[in-house]
Design a protein around this ligand. Structure first.
Ligand SMILES: Cc1cc2nc3c(=O)[nH]c(=O)nc-3n(C[C@H](O)[C@H](O)[C@H](O)COP(=O)(O)OP(=O)(O)OC[C@H]3O[C@@H](n4cnc5c(N)ncnc54)[C@H](O)[C@@H]3O)c2cc1C
Length: 324
C-alpha cells in the first residue's frame, strides 16, 4: 500500500485543478461508470455533509450501492487516486479548496445494526453510534451507553476511537471489516487497530464497512436511564444545535483543553465568521458565514494564545482535510 497515492500526497502530485470531466460516466471518471452500481459524482459539494457546513467540493464523490460495489470500485481505481471516507462529518473541517481524489460516502446499505449474541452486536459503518447504543440497551447489552454522547457514525468512531464518560470505542470494539484502497477486503481485530487516545492505526484510505462490538449483560431500563442522563448532560454543556466539529483539540495529559482556552481569555473569541463557543470553549462554531479557512485560522490563533498563556501546545483532534 505504501506506493499508493493518498490524500496527504496531493500537494506533490495535484495541479490544484479538479478533473476536467463534468459529465457522469465520461471517459476520465476514476472508473468507468458501467463498472459500478452506486452514484459517482464529479465536483460534489461537501459542505452540507459536515457539521460545520463549510468547505469545498470533492473532485469525485462515490456513494456505493453496497460492499461489493465499493470493493469493485476500489479494485478498478487500483490506488490511482486518493480515497477518503466521510462519516457524518462531525469531526471534520473540509478545507475551502476541496478534497482531491475520491470521497466515499456510505449510505443505507451500511446502516444495519444486528444483535449477534447475548452481549454482542454488529453494525454497518454508516449507522449512527447513538442508534447502536439504543439497540444495545434494548437487548440488555450494557457498556455502550457512552455512544449516546457522540453524534458520529460507526466508521467515524472506529477510526477516531471516539469516547466520553471514561469509555472509548476501543473498550467495546472487537473487530471491523475494511476495504483497502486497492479493493482488498480485510477484517482487523481491536489489537490490529493499535488504539490510543482519539487515534487508531486504520490504514490511510481504508474504508470501514462494518464493526463488531461486545458489552456485558445489563438491565434495559437502567441502561436507558444512563443514556438519558448522558443526553441531558450533553445538551446542557455542549453547543449541540450549532454548526460545530465537536472537541477541537485533544486534552493534553493532566489538562482540559477547554480550561486552557478559557484561561487564555478566549471564550467567545471571534475570527471572521468563526467563534470559540461561549458554552464550551473547546468547541469552535460557524456562526453563519464562516469559511473553513476562518475556522482553521481561529483554531491556530487559539493554539498560539494558549501556548503563550500556559506553555502547552494543543493538538488538533478535528481532522482537517483537503486543499487550503
Ligand atoms: C456536538 C458534538 C459532540 C461530540 N462529542 C464527542 C465526544 O464526546 N467524544 C468523541 O470522541 N467525539 C465527539 N465528537 C466528535 C465526533 O462525533 C467523533 O469524532 C466521531 O467519531 C466522528 O464520526 P463521524 O461519522 O462524524 O466521522 P467524520 O467526522 O465524518 O470523520 C472523522 C474521521 O473518520 C474517518 N471516517 C469516517 N467514516 C469512516 C469509515 N467508514 N471508514 C474509515 N474512516 C472513516 C474520516 O475519514 C475522518 O478521518 C463530537 C462532535 C460533535 C459535533
Amino acid at each position: 500500500m505504501s506506493n499508493m497515492i493518498q490524500p496527504d500526497d496531493w500537494n506533490d502530485r495535484d495541479n490544484g485543478m479538479a478533473p476536467t470531466c463534468t459529465v457522469e460516466g465520461a471517459a476520465d471518471a476514476p472508473v468507468p461508470a458501467d463498472m459500478v452500481r452506486g452514484k459517482l459524482t464529479p465536483n460534489a459539494p461537501l459542505d452540507k455533509m459536515v457539521w460545520f457546513q463549510s468547505g469545498g467540493k470533492a473532485d469525485w464523490l462515490f456513494e456505493p450501492a453496497d460492499k461489493d460495489d465499493l470493493k469493485a470500485f476500489c479494485e478498478h481505481l487500483g490506488g490511482s487516486m486518493p480515497v477518503m471516507a466521510l462519516g457524518v462529518g462531525s469531526n471534520m473541517i473540509i478545507r475551502d479548496g476541496g478534497v482531491p481524489g475520491v470521497v466515499i460516502k456510505l449510505g443505507k446499505a451500511f446502516m444495519d445494526v444486528e444483535i449477534t449474541g447475548d452481549t454482542t452486536l454488529e453494525a454497518g459503518s454508516a449507522a449512527p453510534v447513538s442508534i447502536v447504543a439504543r439497540r444495545a440497551a434494548k437487548a440488555g447489552i450494557d457498556g455502550l451507553s457512552f455512544f449516546t454522547g457522540i453524534p458520529g457514525s460507526v466508521g467515524g468512531v472506529t477510526k477516531m476511537n471516539g469516547g466520553c464518560y471514561g469509555r472509548e470505542t476501543c473498550d467495546v470494539l472487537t473487530s471491523c471489516d475494511v476495504i483497502l484502497p486497492d479493493g482488498q477486503f480485510v477484517t482487523l481485530s481491536n489489537a490490529d487497530l493499535q488504539y490510543s487516545y482519539r487515534h487508531s492505526a486504520l490504514p490511510e484510505g481504508a474504508v470501514v464497512v462494518a464493526a463488531r462490538f461486545e458489552g456485558f449483560p445489563g438491565d434495559p431500563e437502567t441502561i436507558k436511564a444512563e443514556m438519558d442522563r448522558i443526553s441531558n448532560e450533553r445538551k446542557d454543556s455542549q453547543p449541540i444545535g450549532s454548526r460545530t466539529g465537536g472537541s477541537t483539540f485533544k486534552n493534553p495529559p493532566g489538562h482540559s483543553s477547554w480550561k486552557l482556552i478559557d484561561d487564555a481569555g478566549l471564550r467567545g473569541f471571534r475570527h471572521g465568521g468563526a467563534q470559540v463557543s461561549e458554552k464550551h470553549c473547546n468547541f469552535l462554531i460557524n456562526t453563519g458565514d464562516a469559511t473553513s479557512t476562518d475556522i482553521e485560522e481561529l483554531g491556530e490563533i487559539v493554539r498560539e494564545k494558549v501556548y503563550a498563556n500556559s506553555g502547552i501546545q494543543l493538538e488538533w483532534e478535528i481532522r482537517r482535510v483537503g486543499r487550503p
